[in-house]
Design a protein around this ligand. Structure first.
Ligand code: NDP
Length: 329
């Protein structure tokens, strides 16, 4: 009897549908490295993909899930051998490339990152795409000249996946972090992660003036739309704002005034096509700089069998912190 593996598959025959299926080796697709997947995660993008609220999936049938961690079981790639621990995220997983919601994955080894030794597979997915995006955002702030002595850093969407890890990272680096959330009942949680102050996201989410009182030296924005417009309008002279998300919306009702009068920098953050050297640097820094105890406190296990039912919850902003998808359950 040949082995089969449980996977969450998107189909479009005749309409978009997602279901758990048992697949064989031939359905794992092409690649020179085969991985026993141990963990994946649930991201906002996974919620969009599984519900088809946005047309994320471009190819059918496709294994869903934007990331995974696990152990190499077979490799024809010079950089990897059986037993190596690896991480995969982005590069079109769950868009036009098979993703991580599968017990077994086959992938091009050029797209894999070797897991830093100090991290377990589970910790890698406690970080996941969200944590790695948070690290890319911190790196972008630093490249814009941000240092803790410049002033406060705001994190929007703070109780979500990217936001929670950004709070932990920035607090660990010595910044005074202000967390913006729609869930003020999570104030104690956000404070325990390192936020010095928690503000209600409603103070940022309505249409605002093009120039507002200067407050933030830096901002990690996860929500876009009016919130991003307001935080840019509130950023200090020479401050840096990073934009990675669209949880409030993809629109950006902004003027050029903060850029031409206050020298504000707005830096986009893309995790999907980030070059390999930047990925490796982000994972290296996560392994050495992220407070793992705090990371554990913001993560919870989600059985693989429940990931599909959890899709609407992440879109509704009901998931706190990082959901680690345990492929063994
Ligand atoms: P989560 O759903 O975990 O977090 C998003 C958070 O945004 C929510 O927890 C909530 O935080 C806040 N939020 C939700 N709805 C609204 C709203 N209507 N108005 C204002 N705030 C809102 O998602 P992730 O952390 O996984 O991702 C965050 C964003 O970053 C998403 O838009 C995602 O698509 C994007 N992303 C982009 C990447 C890239 O490569 N550019 C990579 C990874 C993610 P709270 O309850 O605290 O208010």
């Amino acid at each position: 009897m040949t082995d089969t593996y449980k996977a969450l598959i998107a189909n479009n025959d005749p309409e978009f549908s997602v279901s758990y299926q048992q697949i064989g080796e031939q359905e794992l697709g092409e690649g020179d490295v085969t991985v026993a997947v141990e963990y994946s995660t649930l991201n906002f993008k996974d919620g969009l993909a599984m519900t088809n609220a946005s047309p994320i999936v471009q190819k059918f049938p496709l294994i869903m899930g934007v990331d995974f961690s696990g152990t190499v079981v077979e490799s024809d790639h010079a950089g990897f051998q059986a037993g190596d621990k690896v991480v995969m995220n982005g590069y079109g997983c769950s868009e036009n490339r098979n993703g991580g919601y599968t017990e077994r994955a086959r992938i091009n080894g050029d797209l894999l990152v070797a897991l830093p030794e100090s991290l377990t597979s589970r910790q890698a997915m406690a970080i996941g795409t969200a944590g790695y995006t948070a690290m890319l955002s911190v790196m972008a702030l630093e490249e814009g000249g941000m240092t803790p002595d410049r002033g406060e850093v705001l994190v929007t969407g703070a109780a979500g996946g990217v936001g929670t890890v950004a709070v932990v990272l920035l607090a660990g680096l010595g910044y005074r972090v202000v967390a913006s959330t729609g869930r003020m009942e999570e104030t104690e949680f956000l404070t325990s992660l390192g936020a010095a102050e928690v503000i209600d996201r409603q103070t940022l989410s309505e249409p605002g003036k093009p120039m507002q009182r200067e407050r933030w030296a830096g901002v990690v924005d996860c929500v876009g739309s009016k919130t991003l417009a307001n935080v840019v309008a509130q950023t200090q002279y020479g401050g840096v704002v990073t934009a990675c998300g669209l949880a409030q919306g993809a629109d950006l009702p902004l003027t050029v005034l903060p850029f031409i009068l206050r020298n504000v920098q707005l830096q986009g953050v893309d995790s999907v096509h980030a070059p390999m050297a930047r990925r490796q640097e982000a994972w290296r820094r996560l392994a050495s700089e992220l407070d793992i105890a705090r990371l554990e406190s913001l993560s919870f296990d989600l059985p693989f069998s429940e990931v599909l039912d959890s899709a609407p919850k992440i879109l509704a902003g009901q998931i706190r912190g990082r959901a680690i998808v345990d492929m063994g359950q």
